[in-house]
Design a protein around this ligand. Structure first.
Ligand code: SF4
Length: 186
C-alpha cells in the first residue's frame, strides 16, 4: 500500500475519531448504507435461546419479520454483549437452511423421509404409550409403591422456553418418568 492511501485514513482519525470506529473508517459506499436497526418498525426485548447465561437481546422487526438481533444494553446479565453464537441468532429464524419439516429415518433406513406433523405426532404417541406399558413399575419387591417408568427420559434443549419446559416437566412427571432434564436453564 502506498503512503497516500495510509495518510488519508490516519488524518481522518486524527480529526476527531481517535479510535477509528466512526467517520475515519467510512468509505463512500459505507457512508450511504443504513443499518437494519434504523429501518425496523419495532424492537422487542428477548433472551438468547442458546444457553443458560441468558443474555438479553433486542429483536428488530420490520413488516412482521425479524430483520436483526443485537445485544440488549439494559440486560443486567450481559449488558449489551452477545457471544458469536448469540450474535448470529437472527439466522436461527431466517436461514434458508432452517429445517421446518418433520424428517424421519426408519430403522435400518438409509435415507430421510418427510412426514406430516400429524403422522409424526401419532407415531410418537404410540411409542410413548407402548414404552410406558412395557416398562411400568408399580411397586418394589417388598411392596412399597413406585408407580414409575425408567423406560423413557427427557432431555430438553436451550431453545425451549420456560413455559415449554414447565409443560414438559408436568407431562413427563404425570407419565411416571423420573429422568427429566434440560441442558440449560435460566
Ligand atoms: S449470547 Fe452466547 S453466552 Fe449469551 S446466552 Fe446466547 S449463547 Fe449463551
Amino acid at each position: 500500500m502506498s503512503a497516500p492511501h495510509l495518510i488519508a485514513p490516519l488524518l481522518r482519525q486524527l480529526e476527531g475519531d481517535p479510535l477509528g470506529l466512526g467517520r475515519a473508517a467510512q468509505s463512500r459506499r459505507s457512508e450511504r448504507l443504513e443499518p437494519r436497526t434504523h429501518t425496523a418498525d419495532k424492537v422487542v426485548q428477548s433472551v438468547c435461546p442458546y444457553c443458560a447465561v441468558g443474555c438479553g437481546q433486542k429483536v428488530y422487526v420490520k413488516d412482521e419479520k425479524v430483520v436483526q438481533i443485537e445485544g440488549d444494553p439494559d440486560s443486567p446479565v450481559s449488558r449489551g454483549r452477545l457471544c458469536p453464537k448469540g450474535a448470529a441468532s437472527e439466522k436461527l429464524v431466517n436461514s434458508p437452511m432452517r429445517e421446518t419439516r418433520v424428517k424421519y429415518r426408519r430403522p435400518g433406513g438409509e435415507d430421510w423421509e418427510y412426514l406430516s406433523l400429524e403422522q409424526a405426532t401419532e407415531m410418537i404417541a404410540d411409542r410413548v404409550i407402548a414404552t410406558r406399558q412395557d416398562t411400568w413399575e408399580e411397586e418394589t419387591e417388598d411392596g412399597q409403591p413406585l408407580r414409575r417408568t425408567l423406560g423413557m427420559h427427557f432431555l430438553g434443549g436451550a431453545t425451549l422456553d420456560s413455559e415449554e419446559n414447565y409443560l414438559i416437566k408436568k407431562f413427563f412427571t404425570a407419565m411416571g418418568a423420573v429422568s427429566i432434564e434440560n441442558q440449560a436453564r435460566i
